[in-house]
Design a protein around this ligand. Structure first.
Ligand SMILES: [Cu+2]
Length: 179
């Protein structure tokens, strides 16, 4: 696995002018765990109907801690623990979803149609917290721990790169031209 990753990194380094690549360094102010990077100006898109991703709960931790998705994506909210979780999703102070998952292996699909930052908590375990970032752009990623990020297969054009700390609400914007 590690050899594969190294090979991939070498391949990218060997192609510095790869078309459609946006690469940068986010200043996350310590941890990048709550930062998402995405492009504005790529036009608004909605996920295909069959697009789905998993948002799990394991050992009283939401996995992943920050889930970025394209608007219209159906998220499979899953309980990987052998005890009850109650998933409570807020946008601002408004509850958009409040569901109990009492059984291990239980899955409840929910489609996030409205863009925005959603905070997720579990009413049964106050220590659990996570975020779901619902984006209008399909070009997004979570930076590495060192702040580096890459967006690939971006069509040519001029975009705004947004580095968004979803917990602090802080955003940094910069312009980029993709050849
Ligand atoms: Cu819980």
């Amino acid at each position: 696995m590690r050899a594969t990753i190294v090979a991939l990194i070498l391949a990218l380094v060997a192609l510095p002018a790869a078309a459609g690549l946006v690469r940068g360094q986010a200043d996350c102010g310590g941890s990048c765990a709550e930062t998402v990077v995405y492009l504005e100006g790529a036009g608004s898109k909605t996920a295909e109907e069959d697009a789905s991703v998993v948002f799990d709960q394991k050992d009283k931790v939401f996995i992943p801690h920050l889930l970025p998705v394209l608007q219209g994506t159906t998220v499979q909210i899953t309980n990987g623990d052998p005890f009850l979780h109650n998933v409570h999703v807020y946008r601002g102070k408004e509850t958009v979803l409040n569901i109990a998952l009492p059984f291990q292996g239980q899955v409840i699909p929910y489609t996030f149609s409205e863009p925005g930052i959603y905070a997720v908590s579990c009413d049964a375990h106050p220590e659990m917290s996570a975020f779901i970032a619902v984006l209008e752009s399909p070009y997004f990623t979570i930076p590495g721990e060192d702040g580096t990020y890459e967006l690939t297969e971006v069509p040519p054009g001029e975009y705004t790169v947004v580095v968004h700390d979803v917990k602090k609400g802080a955003m940094a914007r910069s312009q980029v031209v993709v050849d």
